[in-house]
Design a protein around this ligand. Sequence first.
Ligand SMILES: NC(=O)c1ccc[n+]([C@@H]2O[C@H](COP(=O)([O-])OP(=O)(O)OC[C@H]3O[C@@H](n4cnc5c(N)ncnc54)[C@H](O)[C@@H]3O)[C@@H](O)[C@H]2O)c1
Length: 370
Amino acid sequence: MRLTLKTGPEKAAEVYTGSAVFQELKTWLGNLSSVTDSIFILTDKKTRSFCLEHLTSVVPSLQLAEVLEIPAGEKNKSLKSAEHLWNILAGKGASRSSLLINLGGGVITDLGGFVASTFKRGIPFIHIPTSLLGMVDAAIGGKTGINLGDIKNQVGTFHHPDAIFIHTGFLGTLDSYGLLSGFAEIIKTALVADIVLWEKLGSIRLQDLLNRQEDEAIWEDLVSASVAIKCSIVEQDFREKNLREILNFGHTIGHAFESLSLQKNRNPLSHGHAIALGMICESYLSTVKTGLNSKDRDAIIHMIFPDYEYYPLHGEDLDFLMDFIGHDKKRTGSGSRFSLLKSPGNAISGVPCEAGEIIESIDFYRTLER
Ligand SMILES: NC(=O)c1ccc[n+]([C@@H]2O[C@H](COP(=O)([O-])OP(=O)(O)OC[C@H]3O[C@@H](n4cnc5c(N)ncnc54)[C@H](O)[C@@H]3O)[C@@H](O)[C@H]2O)c1
């Protein structure tokens, strides 16, 4: 499947999914060969070992590419890594006619996108996401970025890659932690914009899905559906002025959970796991604020538990969460603003919520402890 992601005056990105994706990549690179002077592949240590050899065996011309490797992990989505990569590109004579291929999860596509969009004021780059989160979320939509100290995605650009090639076969080596993390974003995408996908998810047992990690057909189906929805939303609002904000459902409280778990170093939650817990709280808020009915809220909880573990809250955790939400970048004016559901498949952004309502939603989450 090929989608073209257009964004007004910004350039368009081609998104390729499906079984012919490497053939599409070969053709795409072939069309580029007369204008590209060198190709670089950015990857992390782990993705290199799991995915690079497969890529270069099916697209042999990439065996000549220069490989840039960074250690795996969120802490490497940093200014230090960006500077290191800019220096390597400069040292190896990269120019505006060079191509950077980002092969990896969201850390690689965010960092590589940022490095490419700023080096020499922007060189061509493509994403080949290898994690589920990368495929359905991080690689799609043109947000690039690095963390500044502990603050995530504080520096970055809106800049589409030239193309995105999604090969769900790479999921075969991803652990269930990584699959669950990406799956939460598929749940979210369905909940904010596509009742059909939501109903399809309801007919699938998550555990069965995790056990069918290598079943490309089923993953291709889910990934393509999710990607198509995100593309359609991003096309209408590239710079996140209004509609795109609905994709933040679950993220305001989810980011607070993520940050709490990282700060406490107590079983750090994956991004998607934290968003899943955030979706529980924000589904509760949706029943209070935007008319989501409690049957739908319970179906959402049922989709999330027990596959995503309950994260216990102790002592002063509530204060931490509330402080974090107070500092959330989506806060404007007096109350924090949330993207909430009216019903599955139908979301609204910018809903102001008072501190008492947010606390109530976290208290509701606490009642679900088992
Ligand atoms: N730009 C956006 O719109 C956007 C959206 C969502 C998330 N993000 C960012 O994405 C990042 C999280 O992405 P992530 O979960 O992919 O993290 P990640 O890139 O750190 O990947 C997670 C782990 O999986 C490994 N991995 C990747 N593909 C693999 C494969 N096929 N087989 C085995 N191991 C594999 C990686 O090496 C890494 O160790 C965060 O930095 C987040 O801020 C960005």
